[in-house]
Write a protein that binds this ligand. Structure first.
Ligand code: ADP
Ligand code: ZN
Length: 744
């Protein structure tokens, strides 16, 4: 590829899709496809796989055929391509015969760059004849196989039809084949290369790290529901309509949880295999189109859902293996913006999963499932880095010590010697005859006066009441740790589903003082990370505009009959909310706005922005003065956003201010809105930091603001601004108010 061609690729990216740069690997893969070389692309969800054939499709002379396993995915992509002005079509069983015939005619006539088909259609004689015809005319330029892991029995989603793709490809020996997947194990990789008969392929393996996701595992108990509510509230504090998926194992739990959430004012819909197909489709659709923001589902939901802006994925149970967990939790934050993954784990999950595993007939399959389950459970219980653990499962080593974005790294837990507590609990199990469950044993330990304890005479035991120093929950944790350690096992002795604790040889080693028990210190209740950087990007003003733009987007999408993200992604709306473009030209400079979207959407959004500015009496940013935008790389820069001993954001601003930069300059340098920088400085002033306010506010303004504040009291900014008029800025009022507050 020549330099000029490389520049062409970049220019085409900008023109077609409005993106400024390539994601890691995208360029190499596209170059291979354009040069006629086979390629295998392993990229995590959200890595930007689709673009690697979409963009070449617009540059190559002939047709690009995309093999995709799911109709929903195809439809979504065709919609997206249409919104970007790329002619694309799908041939699926969902189409009526005459509709299909029309598409086929148009394909032959060369109307499309991209054609999506299901694998079973690809191998049908009719379709092959169609391809031959295309081959004789404009040619088949590229074959792209999406979700290529479906070809492998070792993947999590084997589809026998995929096996025939290799044979079809043999009919077009000159056509490069591009295989794409988000499943990375080596076995699957080798299988893809072999089954699809790739020739000397470029193999691109991206890192599977998803830096924008925060992982968190919590113990599931009675309080979990409220923790779930908190998590929902928290992601929605930043963004009121933030979409969330909650996964449950059983249909019944889906229904119950859904009902409870609705009862608590969280509008939620259910999705599971027990619902009638139409209802399922309707609920899915409502979620994808942002009509409802919470979906409670069994894991059947999500395959083939490309919704990019899911901000929270919660699992109410431990998944059966880490690969599934990676895929399911990975449905959060495909757009690269911060998102949270929370797993509620309980030792009881093991029993539930075992129930299914025991039903497997093939013993070797059962063995694999059991191993995978144990790995998943160990991961959930571990006090090591979650991200490192997940990546290790895919054979990837995470560089550095602390990932800064998982519960264990954000709140490293001290390891404490809990041998004495372990001995108390194990003795209580022994004294009560290994006939009871954890709850009962704890009630004896804590000296319960409950009738069943007294009647059994357990108040006479030496262990009665020796555990009053800890609350029941902490004892529960000790119990779980002992289960994890293998000192205790739970058995269903009666066969009635009532678990009783049994001691193992390990337990006796502990009781006899031959073995020590260490446990991580209790977890602190909340993790708040990942969101903070997103919070920084939008100040209150921009957030208000963002919400308004989201509404406008939803209306436009409803009119067009497509999901909102097909119109424009959140990242573009956020940029819009910060930059407030007031001309077509400025609109066209927003990330994610290519020529077609500029044409279609600049009008309605520019009107919306103008109306908002008008209502708020705010100006558009003067030319050249609009705040700089976040670049993903900067946004993910570890120093500022990661936990531990990070420097608070206001302090970063303060240091820059002290180095002599003005508010606008700091805003540009940090990629934040000037109003955000102003509030940082106001914060610093209030905290008593030495800030020279005379540089920030002219003396005459300061006097007037101080008077107004004295008159109106310490109110919100708007009434004061109203009182003072145009020439005094919000920022100036903030500074003076902060200064007065500091003085008391
Ligand atoms: P995958 O198929 O790998 O899960 P997608 O192709 O759906 O990922 O891309 C995820 C998101 O990233 C989409 O919203 C897409 O528009 C966006 N995207 C892809 N490539 C780029 C790029 N180079 N710059 C900015 N955004 C991109
Ligand atoms: Zn970590």
């Amino acid at each position: 590829m020549t330099l000029a061609e490389a520049e062409d690729l970049h220019a085409a990216l900008r023109r077609r899709f409005g993106y400024d740069g390539f994601r890691p690997g995208q360029r190499e893969i596209m170059e291979a496809a354009l040069a006629g070389r086979d390629a295998l692309a392993l990229m995590p969800t959200g890595g930007g796989k689709s673009l690697t054939y979409q963009l070449p499709a617009t540059l190559l002379p002939g047709l690009t055929v995309v093999i995709s396993p799911l109709i929903a995915l195809m439809k979504d992509q065709v919609d997206r391509m249409a919104a970007s002005g790329v002619p694309a079509a799908a041939l699926t069983s969902a189409h009526e015969a005459d509709e299909r015939a029309r598409v086929e005619r148009e394909v032959v006539a060369g109307k499309y760059h991209l054609l999506y088909v299901a694998p079973e259609r690809l191998v049908s004689p009719d379709f092959l004849a169609l391809l031959d015809e295309v081959g004789r005319r404009q040619g088949v330029s590229l074959l792209a196989v999406d979700e290529a892991h479906c070809v492998s029995e070792w993947g999590h989603d084997f589809r026998p039809e995929y096996r025939q793709i290799g044979a079809t490809r043999a009919r077009f020996p000159q056509t490069p084949l591009l295989a794409l997947t988000a499943t990375a194990t080596e076995r699957v990789r080798d299988d893809i290369i072999e089954q699809l008969r790739l020739r000397d392929p470029l193999v691109h393996i991206a890192s599977f790290n998803r830096p924008n996701l925060v992982y968190e595992v919590r113990q599931r108990d009675k309080g979990s529901y409220h923790e779930l509510l908190d998590a929902l509230r928290e992601v929605r504090r930043e963004e009121s309509g933030a979409p969330a998926i909650i996964y449950c194992q059983a249909r019944k739990t889906v229904e119950d949880l859904c009902e409870r959430l609705n009862g608590d004012g969280v509008r939620a819909l259910a999705y599971h295999a027990g619902l009638p197909a139409e209802e399922r489709a309707r609920n899915q659709d409502a979620f994808i189109r942002d009509r409802v923001t919470t979906l409670v589902a069994t894991i059947a939901f999500g395959m083939g859902i490309a919704k990019p802006d899911v901000r929270l994925v919660v699992h109410m149970n431990t998944p059966r293996n880490l690969e599934s967990y990676y895929q399911e939790s990975g449905r959060a934050g495909r757009d690269g913006d911060p998102a949270r993954c929370v797993l509620f784990y309980s030792p009881g999950d093991r029993m539930k999963a075992m129930f299914f595993i025991d039903q497997m007939e093939d013993p070797s399959q059962r063995g694999v499932a059991l191993q995978q389950l144990n790995v998943a459970l160990a991961w959930a219980q571990s006090d090591g880095c979650r991200r490192r653990g997940l990546l290790a499962y895919f054979g990837e080593t995470l560089p550095g010590e602390n990932c800064g974005a998982c519960d264990n790294c954000l709140r490293p837990r001290e390891r404490l010697d809990r041998t004495v507590d372990a001995q108390k609990l194990l003795s209580a199990v022994a004294r009560t005859g290994e006939r009871f469950g954890l709850t009962y044993v704890i009630s004896v330990l804590r000296g319960s006066k409950a009738a069943n304890v007294i009647e059994r005479g357990h108040d006479q035991l030496s262990v009665y009441g020796i555990g009053r120093d800890l609350d029941a929950e902490e004892w529960r944790r000790v119990g779980r740790a002992l289960l994890a350690l293998g000192a205790l096992t739970e058995v269903d002795a009666s066969g009635q589903g009532y678990l009783t604790l049994r001691l193992t040889p390990v337990a006796w080693e502990v009781i006899r003082g031959r073995r020590r028990v260490e446990m991580a210190a209790p977890v602190a209740p909340v993790v708040r990370a990942g969101r903070d950087s997103a919070g920084e990007t939008l100040d209150a003003e921009a957030r208000e505009l963002f919400e308004r733009l989201r509404r406008a987007r939803r209306e436009l999408a409803e009119e067009m009959g497509v999901p909102p993200y097909v119109v424009l992604p959140d990242s573009t709306l956020r940029a819009m909310a910060v930059r407030r473009p007031d001309t077509r030209e400025r609109f066209g400079a927003l990330p994610g706005v290519g020529a077609a979207k500029l044409e279609r959407f600049s009008g309605p959004f520019l009107r919306e922005i103008a109306a908002w500015l008008d209502e708020r009496g705010l100006p558009a940013w003067p030319e050249g003065d609009a705040p700089a935008l976040w670049r993903p790389e900067e946004r993910r820069a570890p120093r500022e956003r990661r936990g531990g001993d990070r420097v608070p954001t206001w302090r970063v601003t303060l240091d820059l201010f002290r180095s002599g930069l003005g508010v606008e300059e700091i805003a540009a340098r940090r990629g934040l809105a000037p109003s955000t920088i102003a509030s940082h400085l106001a914060d610093a002033i209030e905290r008593g930091e030495d800030v020279d306010t005379s540089v920030l506010v002219p003396a005459a303004h300061a006097r007037r603001i101080a008077e107004a504040l004295a008159r109106l009291g310490d109110t919100p900014l708007a009434p004061i601004k109203e009182e003072l008029g145009e020439e005094i800025s919000y920022a100036e009022i903030r500074f003076v108010r902060a200064d007065l507050r500091r003085r008391g």
